[in-house]
Every structure is written in structure tokens, then in C-alpha cells.
Write a protein of this length. Structure first.
Length: 110
């Protein structure tokens, strides 16, 4: 098992094994990170990395997982963005059972 040297912002350089490190790559953008739990402070460390670095980590035996951007990022949005007042109105709606049931019934009728 290979030894990997990485840096924790609080503890400095630490030595890890391939089992201690995880690589994550976005399948949409090919951007990637590697992460590990610092063996000294037990804090989670996540750092972005160039593809070459990620390839070296994976080639040395580090586990790699792929992820995708949420589909909602590609949705078309119409109308004005919500504001603070909209959130307050929604909060009030959720706390008023009658208004909430009327709003849900209105949605069901559509």
C-alpha cells in the first residue's frame, strides 16, 4: 500500500495510506477533489486538485467516485427570484393549516 503525503491546514504535513484518501470527480466538468480525515486532529480535509494529481492518486490505489451536477442547474427559470418576503410568506403559509390545505388543493386542481 502506497504512502501519500498531504497537508492539513491545522497540523501541517501528514502521512496517509491509499485507504485513507478518497478522490471525487465531477463527470460533467471533470473537476476533482481529494479528501481525507487528518490522522492528527481528526478533521476532514478536502482539496481541489489538477487532473494529473487525481490520476496519480487513483493509479496508486486511491478509491475514486464520480458525481454529476444536479439536473436543476439546467432547468429554465421564469419570473423574479424569490426574496426574503417570499420566504416569510411561505413560512406563514406552512404554519396556517387552513391556508396550507387550500394551497395544496389548488395545486391538485391544476
Amino acid at each position: 500500500m502506497a504512502t501519500i503525503r498531504a497537508r492539513c491546514a491545522d497540523c501541517g504535513d501528514v502521512e496517509l495510506t491509499t485507504a485513507d484518501v478518497q478522490v471525487r470527480i465531477c463527470s460533467d466538468t471533470n473537476a476533482g477533489t481529494y479528501g481525507f480525515m487528518c490522522p492528527t486532529c481528526q478533521g476532514m480535509v478536502v482539496k481541489s486538485a489538477e487532473p494529473r494529481t487525481l490520476d496519480l492518486l487513483v493509479a496508486s490505489g486511491v478509491a475514486c467516485s464520480m458525481w454529476s451536477l444536479p439536473a436543476e442547474l439546467g432547468e429554465r427559470h421564469e419570473g423574479e427570484p424569490i426574496c426574503h418576503d417570499d420566504l416569510l410568506d411561505f413560512h406563514d403559509l406552512l404554519n396556517d393549516e387552513y391556508k396550507l390545505s387550500m394551497a395544496l388543493a389548488d395545486l391538485a386542481d391544476r
